[in-house]
Design a protein around this ligand. Structure first.
Ligand code: C2O
Ligand code: CU
Ligand code: CU
Length: 535
């Protein structure tokens, strides 16, 4: 199991962690930064070496004019060619296929007309390799990443993480998948190869000239961007052709702010086999699954009772609490089911022709096109996950509370906005400690705007311990609660309005700065992001 790998390597990592910690204290100067990621280290011997070129190009997405996007072109310089898969017909960045234990070096060459940096979402890597905005490189610059894949098998991803423009850069195309495999997971017997399908779900808006539309209006920044159409793997009008057999579908919500409530339109339950940090112990049948920005959900689905020609749709079905509401939290306006409906909520009225947040629309169309010759049954046991224990948390008596709030045109964590190198005493965490943390999204009522916040922590994956809902919000919460599915290892957790979510999060191996933020990318850019200093 991957935990064993982590333990075996801990000694080595603690040793190498000393160097990275030196560069991570507050007051760090720009001069010290210059050396980070500048050149390959002679002591690092990569199994896989990859070059990424970031270019502003036009690609054909629709009939008619090409669409200008920010595209990542990848090339394997060393190691297995199948480590990287370019997606030529898509604005998405290449998919990386990596193995646990592999050492990876990535040259990021920025040919964009803007500064940028990439972050490896969900991967446990040293602070300097984590894509903190302080490491952004200018046009013409190169950043050299070197890290080892310590994570267990799972669906991870990478995306731009540039100060105050992450949303715009991800929207323009700077995001791609990382699929990590390990021997334990391969032995489970889930569908493989062509039957293991990654699906990146994003909403986008295009103008009549086929160009991406994005605005910086304060309303959009407060609510988050909502597009008028769904793209799958960067393609419009996507239909997944399948054989009538079982499949493993790896869903990533790569949208800036849109939250999905996914259900099969034939009424079959959704069978969940994995989340952010890989497989869960056993499959779970759920009526629907929530998918917040940055979250991954792996579904198992069997089409074997469906004759060739059958069509099936994974829809986003209505739920409440999806959209911003201008009323005071706890003021009695939140309990009903109106918010997020086509008529209710400020967000709904302001979103123009966007698909309404919490509305009803198709997400993924599937068509059975071929008679299958084989099938893989659903394994009843998938993996072992040792639950983290409350008594092992060093701060079990005093959980770290992170209060989420939106007011005065700002989005805040513990009342603070993002600032580079601005570590406050309550943001310092001892390395190799297990921390009890609470995300509080107006659990006690209070002022400000009620919005869901998908909260993400960099570094190691965490486990969700409990959710508590303010009684006033219970009605609204009931429309999502059966699909929250806090199973297994997570790196992003959806915190609904009026809710308080408790997690146990390990901070092992690496010292330095690690970010925590809302993954509604407009909120992140608005300042709903901070750094922890691990020391
Ligand atoms: Cu996917 Cu700091 O984010
Ligand atoms: Cu991340
Ligand atoms: Cu948010």
């Amino acid at each position: 199991m991957s935990r064993n790998i982590n333990t075996q390597r801990r000694h080595f990592l603690q040793y190498t962690g000393i160097a990275s910690a030196a560069a991570a204290f507050p007051g760090l100067t720009q001069a010290m930064n210059q050396s980070v990621g500048n050149r390959p280290s002679p002591d690092f011997h990569p199994d896989v070496e990859i070059e990424f070129k970031l270019e502003s190009v036009s690609i054909p997405i629709f009939p008619g004019p090409d669409t200008r996007v920010w595209k990542v072109y990848g090339k394997v310089l060393k190691g297995p060619q199948q480590s990287l898969e370019n997606l030529p017909g898509s604005y998405l960045a290449p998919t990386l296929h990596l193995q646990t234990g592999q050492k990876v070096r990535i040259y990021l060459r920025n040919n964009l007309p803007a500064e940028t940096i990439l972050h490896w979402h969900g991967l446990h890597v040293p602070s300097k390799m984590d894509g903190n905005p302080m490491y952004a490189i200018h046009h013409g610059g190169t950043f050299v990443y070197e890290f080892e894949i310590l994570n267990r098998a799972g669906t991870y991803w990478y995306h731009a993480h540039t100060h105050s423009v992450t949303a715009k850069q991800v929207y323009s195309g700077l995001a791609g998948l990382i699929i990590v495999n390990d021997p334990e997971e391969l032995a489970v017997g889930l569908p493989k190869g062509a039957y293991d399908v990654p699906l990146v779900i994003q909403d986008r808006s295009f103008d009549s000239n086929n160009q991406l539309q994005y605005s910086n209006h304060m309303m959009q920044r407060m609510r988050g961007f909502l597009g008028n159409r769904i793209m799958i793997n960067g393609e419009p009008d996507f239909v997944l052709p399948v054989e009538n057999r079982s499949y493993r579908l790896r869903l990533l919500n790569g949208s800036n702010s849109r939250i999905y409530k996914l259900a099969w339109d034939d009424g079959s339950p959704v069978t969940l086999v994995g989340t952010d940090g890989g497989l869960i112990p056993a499959p779970k049948n759920l009526p629907y699954i929530m998918l917040a920005p940055a979250e991954r959900r792996e579904l198992w689905v069997d089409f074997s009772d469906k004759p060739v020609g059958t069509e099936l749709t994974l829809r986003s079905i209505p739920f409440s609490g999806a959209s911003m509401h201008g009323g005071m939290m706890g003021g009695g306006m939140m309990g009903g089911g109106m918010m997020g409906s086509r008529r209710g909520g400020m967000g709904g009225r302001m979103s123009g022709n966007a698909l309404p947040a919490g509305g009803d629309y198709p997400v993924l169309k599937v068509k059975v096109v071929k008679q299958a010759r084989s099938n893989d049954p659903l394994p009843q046991h998938l993996t072992l996950i040792k639950p983290l224990r409350l008594q092992d948390a060093v701060n079990r008596e005093r959980p770290r509370t992170i209060t989420l709030s939106m007011r005065h045109m700002s989005a805040l964590l513990n009342g603070r906005s993002y600032k580079m190198n601005d570590i406050q005493p309550d943001e310092v965490i001892p390395v190799n400690s297990l921390q009890l943390m609470v995300f509080d999204n107006g659990y006690h009522g209070g002022h400000g705007m009620a919005m869901p916040h998908p909260m993400h922590l960099h570094g190691e994956q965490f486990q969700v311990i409990k959710r508590e809902v303010n009684p006033r919000f219970r009605g609204m919460h009931a429309s999502v609660s059966k699909g929250l599915a806090d199973f297994g290892w997570k790196d992003t957790v959806l915190v609904m309005p009026g809710e308080r979510v408790t997690i146990l999060k390990p901070f092992n191996d690496f010292k330095g700065l690690f970010m925590y933020h809302c993954h509604n990318l407009e909120h992140e850019d608005l300042g709903m992001m901070r750094d922890f200093l691990i020391k």
